[in-house]
Design a protein around this ligand. Structure first.
Ligand SMILES: NC(=O)c1ccc[n+]([C@@H]2O[C@H](COP(=O)([O-])OP(=O)(O)OC[C@H]3O[C@@H](n4cnc5c(N)ncnc54)[C@H](OP(=O)(O)O)[C@@H]3O)[C@@H](O)[C@H]2O)c1
Length: 259
């Protein structure tokens, strides 16, 4: 396989669109998610349309042993991963003290731990070859705390912080790290997070996953530090929110998540 991108969460939404873009550019793929049927359908459709090679690895990333298993599988098959796209992730609505702790533990494992472990496993090879790009799918949620989605917002704060720190550490190596920070995107994300009916979704227009993926892929190729699909949110979060009183920010953030 050549020009390989490993994409987690490729069975739907932004990850599936990222897979389509990479295949359209002639790159081979390793696709990871739990839903094997969706991954298989995507594999056959992209292989026949773009004449690329695709390996699917159906796995649950909430199991923290999964990243090592994925790495072992690609090593066994002699696959060099040139693009690591950590996209799998999910949210969850509600008061933290009332939510099922197992769901939040799984969220941390998928959104943070698996992302960190996969990065740790694939990065040394990239550094040795002086070639590689990492795209971590974070969120505009990473720029402020999120009452009623406390763990999700905090998990994305990790992703944006971690990605930027690595980008600086790797500056001399030729490896780039980009954090994609989308605003709302019309995917299955809102159903999974039990977010339907929240005020944010009534006031903000969701992007299509195809558009968000195109922006993220372009910015990964350019080696940009941060990638945004929503200019207004980019401006507010970078230039307004840091200057506003914290209690006020928390209040408004909470309001956007209320139903
Ligand atoms: N949609 C938005 O508004 C939005 C905004 C900002 C950031 N994001 C981020 O964008 C990324 C992609 O989400 P999306 O919007 O495209 O939603 P999505 O359509 O629900 O996609 C989520 C993907 O993650 C995978 N995934 C979830 N749990 C997993 C697990 N335990 N093990 C392996 N894979 C798992 C899912 O695959 P399986 O179910 O097949 O396992 C699916 O492919 C996420 O990191 C999300 O936080 C989304």
């Amino acid at each position: 396989m050549k020009n390989v991108a490993l994409i987690t969460g490729a069975s739907s939404g932004i990850g599936k669109e990222l897979a389509k873009i990479h295949a359209a550019n002639g790159g081979d793929l390793v696709l990871v998610a739990r839903r094997e049927k969706e991954l298989t359908e995507l594999k056959y459709s992209l292989e026949s349309e773009y004449k690329v090679q695709i390996l699917i690895i159906p796995r649950d990333l909430s199991d923290i042993n999964t990243p090592a298993e994925i790495f072992a599988e690609t090593e066994k098959q002699g696959i060099q991963v040139e693009f690591l796209i950590n996209n799998a992730g999910f949210g969850g609505h509600g008061f933290f003290h009332e939510r099922e702790i197992e769901k939040d533990r799984a969220m941390v494992n998928v959104n943070i731990t698996s992302l960190m472990l996969l990065t740790r496993l694939y990065l040394p090879g990239m550094v040795e070859r002086k070639k590689g790009k990492i795209l971590n799918v974070s969120s505009t949620a990473s720029f402020l705390p999120g009452p009623l989605q406390a763990v999700y917002y905090a998990s994305k704060a990790f992703v944006t912080s971690f990605s930027q720190a690595l980008a600086e550490e790797l500056k001399e190596t030729g490896i780039t790290v980009t954090a994609l920070c989308p605003g709302p995107v019309a995917t299955g994300f809102f159903d999974t997070a039990n977010m339907n009916g929240v005020k944010m979704l009534k006031t903000q227009k969701a992007m299509t996953p195809a558009k968000t993926a195109a922006i993220g892929y372009r910015d990964m190729m350019k080696g940009r530090l941060l990638s945004f699909d929503n200019g207004l949110l980019k401006f507010l979060l970078n230039w307004m929110v840091p200057l506003l009183p914290r209690r006020w920010v928390l209040k408004v953030s909470r309001m956007t998540m209320e139903k």
